[in-house]
Design a protein around this ligand. Structure first.
Ligand SMILES: C[S@@+](CC[C@H](N)C(=O)[O-])C[C@H]1O[C@@H](n2cnc3c(N)ncnc32)[C@H](O)[C@@H]1O
Length: 355
C-alpha cells in the first residue's frame, strides 16, 4: 500500500512545507499568546460566546494591532477560531497548548532552554559538538552548567527532566526493592528525587548518589533537608574524564534517564565501570524511554526532538536510543539481561546481572 508521502496532493504538500518554513513564527506567536494571558482570557469567555479583539485589548492593555497579528496566525494555524461577528474561542489545539501539562513542559523547555541554541544545529552536526550551548554559557556540556543556569532556564530544564521520570518512580521502586537491596548506587542522581523516594520507601536502605559536583551538592542538600543525611551519601564523578571509578559494594545500581546523555562508546565505559562496583549477586537496572518501545507516534516524535536537544545543546554526541543498542552494550559490558519490563506508558526497565 502506498503511504501518505506518495499519495499526498501537491497542493497539500506545499501547504505542509510552508507550515514548516514558518513553524518558528507560529511557535513564537503561541509563546506570546500564553505569556500575555490572551489564551487565558479567551478561555475564560468561552461560555459567553467568546471575546473580540477590542475587548481583549482593553482587558489586557495591549494594542489591537498586537493582538490582531497574533490571533490572525493563530486562526490560520487552527489554534483559535473566530465567529462571523469576530468573537474568538480556543480550538482544542489552543486549549492543549495552554492547559495540557506535558505540552506545557515541552513548550517551556523548547523556548527557555533550546530555542536560541537550535539555530546552531547544522554546525553541531558537522562538528559533533553542542554548538548551541554557547547561547546558555561557556561549558563543554550542559551538565557542567546545570546548577548555574539562570533561574527561568533552570526551572524549565528540571521540569522537563522530572516530568518524564517522576510519575514512574512509584512503579519502579517496587521493582528496585524486590530483592531488598541494602546499598543502592544512583548513577546520575541529579536533584536527589529518586534517592528521596527510595529512602522513604525503605527505612534502612542506603543510597549513594553518583554525579557531577554541581548536581551532587544540590542533591545532598535536598536529601539532608529531608532528614536522610545518614543514609544518602555522594560520590563525585565526571564520566567524560579518563579512568572513571565508583566504589565497591552496590547491591543495586540504578540508572534512570541517564545513559542517553552519552555516546555508545561512553555508555560502554560507564557500564563496565559500574559492573566493577556491583556485588556478584547484585542487579544493575536501566530505566529509559526507548524510541522503539513507544505505543504512540507522538511519544516517538517527542523523543526524536529530545535527541536534537542532545545534539545541539547537551553534548553533541548522544540521543534517545532504541532498546537494541542498549542490549548490545549490556552484553559487551559483561552483563546479562535478566528481565525486560515495561513501566508506565513510555518507560522500560532492563534488569541486568553480572555474567
Ligand atoms: C537527564 S538527568 C537524569 C536525572 C534522573 N536520574 C532522572 O531520572 O530524572 C542526567 C544526569 O546525568 C548527569 N551527568 C551528565 N553528564 C555527566 C557526566 N559527564 N558525569 C557525571 N554525571 C553526568 C547529570 O548531572 C544529571 O544528573
Amino acid at each position: 500500500m502506498e503511504n501518505n508521502t506518495t499519495t499526498i496532493r501537491a497542493i497539500d504538500a506545499i501547504e505542509e512545507a510552508q507550515k514548516i518554513a514558518f513553524a518558528p513564527f507560529v511557535f513564537q506567536a503561541t509563546i506570546a499568546l500564553r505569556k500575555l494571558g490572551i489564551f487565558d482570557l479567551i478561555f475564560s469567555k468561552r461560555k459567553s460566546g467568546g471575546i473580540n479583539i477590542f475587548e481583549i485589548a482593553e482587558n489586557l492593555n495591549i494594542s489591537t494591532y498586537g493582538i490582531g497579528v497574533l490571533l490572525e496566525i493563530a486562526e490560520s494555524s487552527n489554534i483559535v477560531s473566530k465567529t462571523n461577528d469576530n468573537y474568538y474561542k480556543l480550538t482544542k489545539v489552543g486549549y492543549f497548548l495552554n492547559y495540557n501539562e506535558t505540552v506545557n513542559v515541552n513548550i517551556n523547555f523548547t523556548q527557555e532552554v533550546c530555542y536560541k541554541g537550535l539555530y546552531h544545529l547544522t554546525e553541531s552536526i558537522v562538528n559533533g559538538k553542542p554548538e548551541g550551548l554557547k547561547e546558555l554559557g561557556n561549558w563543554n556540556t550542559i551538565y557542567e552548567g546545570l546548577s548555574k543556569l539562570p533561574e527561568e532556564i533552570k526551572k524549565s530544564w528540571f521540569e522537563f527532566d522530572h516530568h518524564y521520570s517522576d510519575d514512574v518512580f512509584d512503579d519502579a521502586l517496587k521493582i528496585v526493592f524486590r530483592n531488598n537491596p541494602k546499598q543502592i548506587f544512583d548513577i546520575g542522581g541529579n536533584t536527589g528525587k529518586f534517592a528521596l523516594s527510595a529512602s522513604k520507601y525503605s527505612d534502612s536502605v542506603k543510597v549513594k548518589i553518583v554525579d557531577l559536583p554541581g548536581q551532587l551538592n544540590v542533591a545532598l542538600a535536598n536529601t539532608e533537608k529531608a532528614g536522610f543525611k545518614d543514609r544518602v551519601t555522594g560520590h563525585e564523578i565526571d564520566w567524560l574524564k579518563p579512568n572513571p571509578s565508583v566504589p565497591n559494594g552496590a547491591d543495586l545500581v540504578w540508572m534512570s534517564q541517564f545513559l542517553d546523555c552519552f555516546s555508545e562508546e561512553e555508555i560502554l565505559t560507564i557500564l563496565k565501570t559500574c559492573v566493577k562496583g556491583l556485588n556478584d549477586d547484585g542487579e544493575l537496572l536501566i530505566m529509559e524511554t526507548f524510541t522503539d518501545r513507544q505505543k504512540f507516534d507522538n511519544a516517538k516524535f517527542i523523543l526524536e526532538a529530545t535527541s536534537l536537544y542532545f545534539t545541539v545543546l547537551a553534548n553533541g554526541n548522544s540521543k534517545m536510543y532504541p532498546a537494541e543498542v542498549f542490549l548490545k552494550l549490556i552484553d559487551q559490558a559483561g552483563l546479562v539481561l535478566k528481565e525486560d519490563i515495561a513501566v508506565g506508558e513510555y518507560h522500560t526497565i532492563l534488569v541486568c546481572k553480572k555474567k
